[in-house]
Write a protein that binds this ligand. Structure first.
Ligand SMILES: [Zn+2]
Length: 364
């Protein structure tokens, strides 16, 4: 019966949130677009209002508490007391019910801590969260009965309810926050917030699926960060270079990163000097890193190592010639040991666990 028990209680949320080396140097030394043009606001009404930002913050805090409760359930289910509960031990069963209580109370804590969405456009998320809570409650009640009655069939139904709950919550999360979801024009104009098909094409190669690459003007990036910061509890903030949307359909790139990518895509020869070349390498590395997140890799060190191994190919997909693409890869890899610890792994090496091509002896 253990095999059928849920380990999917955590709301799989806040999936984006990272910068590919957010303490790296700013990409401000190159770029075809120029940085001084006044950015055009795409749609003022698309950005979250103050009340909406506050609500997003409450959703995020509630999500985090819920995920923590889900983690406690997971730990309990992999510990010895769960086995005792399965054998019918009354106090262990009571302890299991206690650890499940916050999951069961999902709707009540949502009402108390999040409350009604301030605008109609956030209602879809609200409805899905409420429906997710109803499924969590049903799933928890079924699960407790399943353990009490030693009933595999009930456990299976419980697992399905809880999976449905997780899916509904995940869909709800995917509709938030509103700014990142707004329609953007497609194009290459570096002054505008836009969907850039050249960068999306390179991202799709890395991710192995369609990915939309969103480049934001400096002003819009700041507005975007207000919402993302609230919704990710600070994980996505003004220092990040990019982040993938929940669900991985889109990657969002900071203005400096897009300038670097445009420079690489221009086909002009790379700058000789180390620092400008590194800035371009960082831009491509960020695209490859976020594309790996979009493909479903959450771990930062793994995303970074994959991005490094894709870097030269991504540069080629952008339009760099072979020599320049290889150089960008080398330039970035040479500074691997300077990355923040969260982006590094001892397995990121030839033959290591994160080596994507074990047959080749070259790395990256
Ligand atoms: Zn990341």
């Amino acid at each position: 019966m253990r095999g059928t028990l849920p380990t999917v209680l955590c709301l799989a949320l806040l999936a984006g949130g990272c910068g590919g080396g957010s303490d790296g140097p700013p990409v401000d030394q190159s770029g075809a677009a120029g940085g001084h043009a006044v950015a055009v606001r795409v749609r003022a009404q698309a950005w979250a209002t103050k009340a909406e930002v506050a609500w997003l913050g409450r959703v995020a805090a509630w999500n985090a508490a819920f995920a923590e409760a889900g983690g406690a359930v997971g730990r309990f289910e992999s510990g010895p007391r769960f086995d005792s509960a399965l054998r019918g031990d009354a106090s262990s069963l009571a302890a299991y019910a206690t650890v499940l209580a916050p999951i069961r109370r999902c709707a009540a804590t949502y009402r108390a801590r999040v409350g009604t969405a301030p605008t109609a456009r956030l209602r879809e998320a609200e409805e899905r969260y409420r429906s997710s809570c109803a499924s969590y409650r049903a799933g928890v009640e079924l699960m407790l009965r399943a353990v009490r009655e030693q009933d595999d069939g009930l456990a299976e139904r419980a697992r399905e309810e809880i999976e449905d709950a997780g899916k509904a919550a995940s869909v709800a999360a995917g509709t938030l926050p509103p700014g990142e979801k707004q329609p953007l024009p497609r194009g290459r104009d570096g002054r505008l917030s836009r969907i850039d098909p050249r960068f999306g094409g390179a991202a799709a190669r890395v991710a192995g699926k369609p990915v939309e690459a969103r480049c934001w003007s400096a002003g819009d990036w700041r507005r975007l960060m207000v919402e993302e910061r609230a919704y990710t509890r600070g994980k996505v903030n003004a220092t990040v270079l990019g982040f993938a949307s929940a669900g991985g359909e889109r990657i969002n790139l900071a203005p400096g990163i897009c300038r670097g990518l445009a420079r690489v895509a221009s086909g002009r020869t790379l700058p000789d000097a180390a620092q400008p070349a590194f800035a371009l390498a960082l831009a491509v590395a960020t695209l490859a890193h976020e594309s790996t997140h979009a493909a479903g890799v959450a771990d930062e060190a793994e995303a970074e190592c994959s991005g490094i191994q894709w870097l030269a190919r991504a540069a080629r997909a952008l339009g760099a010639d072979d020599a320049d693409a290889e150089r960008l890869g080398r330039v970035y890899w040479a500074r691997y040991d300077q990355l923040p610890a969260v982006y590094r792994s001892p397995e990121c090496r030839d033959g290591g666990d994160l080596d994507l091509d074990l047959d080749s002896s070259g790395f990256p």
